[in-house]
Design a protein around this ligand. Structure first.
Ligand code: XUL
Ligand code: CO
Length: 435
């Protein structure tokens, strides 16, 4: 059965089309800077927002109209696999991501949960084999169930820690079965509510032990996906340990995990941390740790994780510039960790929303490629640091100077000429690339 009988495969029809179910900017086979748009963008659809989100909010009941509900939770889970792959195929998205509980019901025991996961991931595997669609990453939901009220690997309760380990072990077995490219840890409740009752150092040591066990298990089963840590500053916890890219890197480096871990950076998490998305991507690049991205956007007027589909070309341009400067995002991708608004409740809105996000990233890619080709930002930066390319500046970067030699130099050269950044001009010229 087709769950979207009125929707055909989404095609590129160009900016002039009046067909809302067509790409206006994302042209998968168009070559930009030597790679197709599809190769650059590596789009992924998130199982949770797309298949399980119901449109409810703290004040209201579900609004979403969906046609895949069955008589039992397992029947619904089976239907969802078919509906999800119909969406992926019709969108032409090559990748997908999921949490364990997105795909299979938890049942009444851990054993039943694992059996449900085995059955559903067999169905997913059959669909992957049939369509060639690949698993960008999977992860374990260790934040929804009440047992995780105090965290998972950071829990004060060792039995919760063991339960979480069992979930991640299963997640890695599934990653092996489905050929997952990456494996994500987002510490949904790895943080604290009050320092009055928290031993932060102990909790972080325990999280690091947990990650090392995950690495050891992946090595043992001969399937090592790229591990990714996803920072977020707050929500649900008041303070989360992986606050932002820089904090997550400090953790990774402190515990010697840099050989196995990179970052999965999410746009709305960046803004919650008081950063731009490009700031987070740039921090990751400074550590050679840009792994993958969760594409979405927040709302400047709201202080929480609204997970909106990305429609801001300014942001996607600067994000794509970072990705181009990184030499691409593979083996990561651009995963739409985004949900339709509660008022966009028709099932076909799932397509309209993904098309909007894919087109917005395609426009960002095109603008960023032009910025790179023209060396627009590269030249501005090169010129700004020109004083380090010769004379005293060159000697500083060649490590040939010390405080005494620099003092001698400064005594002779204290009539310093400084130049304006002309930043308003830069921003105005940048606008020309966006439209
Ligand atoms: C939550 C969030 C998660 C992670 C995966 O804000 O971003 O969906 O991406 O657990
Ligand atoms: Co995310």
């Amino acid at each position: 059965m087709a769950y979207f009988p009125n929707i055909e495969k989404i095609k590129y029809e160009g900016p002039k089309t009046d067909n809302p179910f067509a790409f206006r900017h994302y042209n998968p086979d168009e070559v930009i800077l030597g790679k197709t748009m599809k190769e650059h963008l590596r789009f992924s659809v998130a199982y949770w927002h797309t298949m399980t989100q119901d449109g409810s909010d703290p004040f209201g009941l579900p609004t979403n109209q969906r046609n895949w509900f069955g008589a039992t939770p397992m029947e619904t889970a089976r239907n969802r696999v078919d509906a999800f792959f119909e969406i992926l195929e019709k969108l032409g998205a090559e990748y997908f991501c999921f949490h364990d509980i997105d795909v299979a019901p938890a049942g009444d025991s851990l054993e039943e949960f694992f059996a449900n996961l085995d059955e559903i991931t067999d169905l997913i595997k059959a669909k992957m084999d049939e369509t060639g669609i690949k698993l960008l990453w999977n992860t374990a939901n260790m934040f929804s169930h009440p047992r995780f009220v105090n965290g998972a690997a950071s829990s004060n309760n060792a039995e919760v820690y063991a339960y979480a380990a069992a979930q991640v072990k299963k997640g890695l077995d599934i990653s092996k079965k489905l050929g997952g490219k990456n494996y994500v840890f987002w510490g949904g409740r790895e943080g604290y509510e009050s320092l009055l009752n928290t031993d932060m150092g102990f909790e972080q040591d325990n999280i690091a032990r947990f990650f090392k066990m995950a690495i050891a298990y992946a090595e043992k089963i001969g399937h090592k996906p790229q591990f990714l840590l996803e920072p977020k500053p707050k929500e649900p916890m008041k303070h989360q340990y992986d606050f932002d890219a820089a904090t997550a890197m400090a953790f990774i480096l402190k515990y010697g995990l840099e050989g196995d871990f990179k970052l999965n950076l999410e746009a709305n998490h960046a803004t919650l941390a008081g950063h731009t998305f490009e700031h987070e991507l740039n921090v990751a690049r400074c550590y050679d740790a840009l792994g993958s991205i969760d594409a979405n956007q927040g709302d400047v007027l709201l202080g929480w994780d609204t997970d909106e589909f990305p429609t801001n070309i300014y942001d996607t341009t600067l994000a794509m510039y970072e990705i181009l400067e990184n030499g691409g995002i593979a083996p990561g991708g651009i995963n739409f960790d985004a949900k339709v608004r509660r008022t966009s409740f028709e099932q076909d809105d799932l397509f309209l929303a993904h098309i909007a996000g894919m087109d917005t990233f395609a426009r960002g890619l095109k603008a960023a490629a032009k910025i790179k080709e023209d060396r627009f930002l590269a030249d501005i930066r090169e010129k700004r640091y020109a004083s380090y390319t010769e004379g005293i500046g060159k000697k500083i970067v060649d490590n040939q100077e010390d405080f005494e030699s620099l003092t001698a130099y400064a005594l002779d050269h204290d009539d310093i000429k400084i130049v304006s950044n002309h930043l308003e001009l830069v921003k105005s010229e940048l606008n020309d690339y966006l439209v």
